[in-house]
Design a protein around this ligand. Sequence first.
Ligand code: NAD
Length: 500
Amino acid sequence: MIPNEFRSLLRDVKPIINGQHIDEPEADRLPIVYPGTGEEVASLIEANADIVDQATLAAKASLDSGVWRNKTTEERRAVFNRIIELTQKHIDELSVLESINTGQTLRYSRHAQLPRISGSFRFYADYINQMTEQASHDPGNALRVVTRQPLGVVGLISSSNAPTALAATKIAAALAFGNSCVLKTSENTPLALYRFVELLHEAGVPDGVVNYVNGRGQITGDAIANHPLIRGISFTGGTATAKHIAEKGAKTLKRLDMELGGKSANIIMPSCDLERALDAALLSIYTNNGQQCFAGSRILVHRDIAKEFIQKFCARAESIRVGNPFDSSSENGPLACRAHFDRLQSFGQLAREQATLLTGGSPLETNSGGYYFPATAAIADTNKNALCQQEIFGPFATFLIIDSVDEAISIANDSEYGLVSYIWTNNHAEAMAASQHIQAGLTLVNTPLMGLDLRLPFGGFKQSAVGREGARGAQAFYTEEKTTVFSTSTEPLIKLGAID
Ligand code: NAD
């Protein structure tokens, strides 16, 4: 149950265009569901193509007016600092809304997810203060200077698993470089981001600079991908969705930045600190119920330690407390939405039929109507198994036994994805081999992922990404580089057509 004191925070979610909440009586309404009970707690007014068009025109008008893009660095930083203050002030409210909607435990929303909002705005406020550009000087000839202009109106589309933190990073980057945007997060998890967009306006982001729309992917998302005035799309979500967006966006040659799915290998070698590797393997796949792109979902454990490791892993997995997200003893809550819950059940069935199910695999019996699924583990004979190839995006680990680091690397690479990889070893040569030969945007040696460092690129190889998040990738995506040449020459020019 949602504690009664939090119910007053629940409101219907409407588009926010030009700083105004839009009432659209004709628009479709989608249910907003609390995944802890399956109860509809509010509704979402879906933005159809007309509403997305209004949002885009508002963004374009704000861009053309210069109300944000022409602000000085100091003025932008002042607004960012005010956003940080307001976010801190409202962090409890935002965390509750995030937990109601995603099913994440309140502790996780409050301490792991929502603080990322201020972190992103603080980072970009500092970044634009330090940023300099290139120049070249050819004495007696020319001074050439590179400046950056905003890309323009950008579409920001993000996923259900960390809806507010991920969207906030995109908003911070888009605004840092002077863009205006049309923003959409997952229709399943809109509540906290909606409130955050209100706070952005309260903090002084001018009307029309951030326009919030939401709805189903094929309605609202498609309208963003199709809109000719949107110059680029920064997308976080599934690889299949990215392909739709890329296809639609190609008609107007949109620039794309895409952070997508993964099937990351977690390699456990005999020389590792087994207890630490065990803690990290559990964290890497079961934090946030496995609903994280960088989940270590394929655990490749060396034969020499496999029995002990797997036994200990399953015993711990069975003890993970899955329950009411507002109960402080819960380590995980329900899955974010019904579709993910159903998908997990089908993978549980697949594990029974085509692999060996070690633990979990069926919904928890809670009589709550919620989407509670236990920490699950299976062992497969081959990496060709669908459990090893498909991103499950839930609390589901699949083990494979390996005999050498070379075999592990080859299995890690036998995937359409290439987001993250982990290796646990105290053998330097094995760590180096993993670092050099695993086709993934990030290799973690003897550590789980402890947060993203925006100074560094984050993204994947192969079908896990197009482009990179992080400062340099964001700067490249959200700006147009422009070179201006100033002549410093007094030499005469060739006089075409002149008669001597
Ligand atoms: P999803 O692809 O179903 O949805 C993501 C967003 O795309 C939502 O806002 C959705 O409404 C929208 N969308 C859906 N269809 C669309 C269409 N045809 N046109 C435009 N937009 C459309 O993903 P999800 O279930 O919300 O999130 C899970 C996925 O996100 C996983 O694959 C996960 O790995 C990935 N993810 C990646 C990262 C990363 O940084 N690489 C981070 C978080 C999540």
